[in-house]
Design a protein around this ligand. Structure first.
Ligand code: NAP
Ligand code: GCO
Length: 267
């Protein structure tokens, strides 16, 4: 049998949270191409419907459910329904996430908690809901979508950086606690990716120039470009497949080299 078969997801069921569009949609689409059955959720029915139509356009028969990943009851109900209607989840991607760009001293505790709730508490809740069946099945893959902000801070993203830093450590802890059950838990740390979440940072200025932050990221990234959600597909398939069965507790940064680079000297 060819070594390449290790990268196949044939016969696997993958739940990708918040995957109606953006990074989650790109990862789920790649998983479908690699042979997996796709399950995804979003908070609103109209977004689930939009996602189902988008998957169908790519020839993917996905299973979509309405579920707020911060709500433990809804998550447990989702996992139960998926197990009844589709099957036991082999691969979980904790992708759903939000960001609030507010200077820390202007941010309310409620706003801070909301970001922590979606970006850190929810991956705990969803992972806790799927692990028991993974143990029974004898294998599982959990991939947490971390961030460069799992390593670095910047102005206005205190809650997001705290959550993504915590998510890096939750990844390592799930790997430590459940590795003996043949469950691998790893993270993907995207750099700056062109999706709706970063659209405000790429807005063309009134004078037609690029957003200052856009120019900053280009200067800080050796690849001299923003990433696309498709740049994450290969790493995500690798971490969901048997090809990574001895990779555990690792955060794979897919960032064009930005974390390695001091930045281009201003001309
Ligand atoms: P996005 O375009 O904003 O998509 C986020 C998705 O999560 C949306 O479908 C959103 O649904 C869903 N979501 C939010 N809160 C939810 C909840 N409580 N329950 C269920 N679904 C929820 O973001 P993205 O750029 O694709 O990012 C996806 C992940 O990658 C996030 O974890 C983000 O932090 C991370 N990331 C992004 C970048 C980047 O540069 N874009 C870089 C590093 C890491 P609604 O539309 O209903 O809110
Ligand atoms: C920001 C961006 C970043 C990216 C990503 C970088 O405001 O700095 O939104 O946080 O989303 O997380 O890895």
């Amino acid at each position: 049998m060819s070594f390449l078969n290790n990268f196949s997801l044939e016969g696997k069921i993958a739940l990708v949270t918040g995957a109606s569009y953006g990074i989650g949609f790109a990862i789920a689409s790649a998983y479908a191409e690699a042979g997996a059955t796709i399950v995804f959720n979003d908070i609103k029915q109209e977004l689930v419907d939009k996602g189902l139509a988008a998957y169908a356009e790519k020839g993917i028969k996905a299973h979509g459910y309405v579920c707020d990943v911060t709500n433990e009851e809804q998550v447990n109900e989702l996992v139960k329904k998926v197990e009844e209607e589709v099957g036991v989840i082999d691969i979980l991607v904790n992708n759903a996430g939000i960001i609030k760009r507010i200077p820390m001293c202007d941010m309310s505790a409620a706003e801070f908690r909301q970001v922590i709730d979606v970006d850190l508490n929810a991956p705990f809740i969803v992972s806790k809901a799927v692990i028991p069946s993974m143990i029974k099945k004898g294998h599982g893959k959990i991939i947490n979508i971390c961030s460069m902000m799992s390593e670095l801070g910047r102005e206005t993203v205190s809650a997001y950086a705290a959550a993504k830093g915590g998510l890096k450590m939750l990844t390592k802890n799930i790997a430590s606690e459940y590795g003996e059950f043949n469950i691998q838990c790893n993270g993907i740390g995207p750099g700056y990716i062109a999706t709706p979440q970063t659209a405000p940072l790429r807005e063309i200025q009134p004078d037609g120039s690029r957003h200052p932050f856009d120019q900053f990221i280009i200067a800080k990234t050796p690849a001299a470009r923003w990433g696309n959600a498709e740049d994450l597909q290969g790493p995500a398939v690798f971490l969901a497949s048997d090809a990574s069965n001895f990779v555990n507790g690792h955060v794979l940064y897919v960032d064009g080299g930005i974390l390695a680079y001091i930045g281009k000297q201003p001309q």
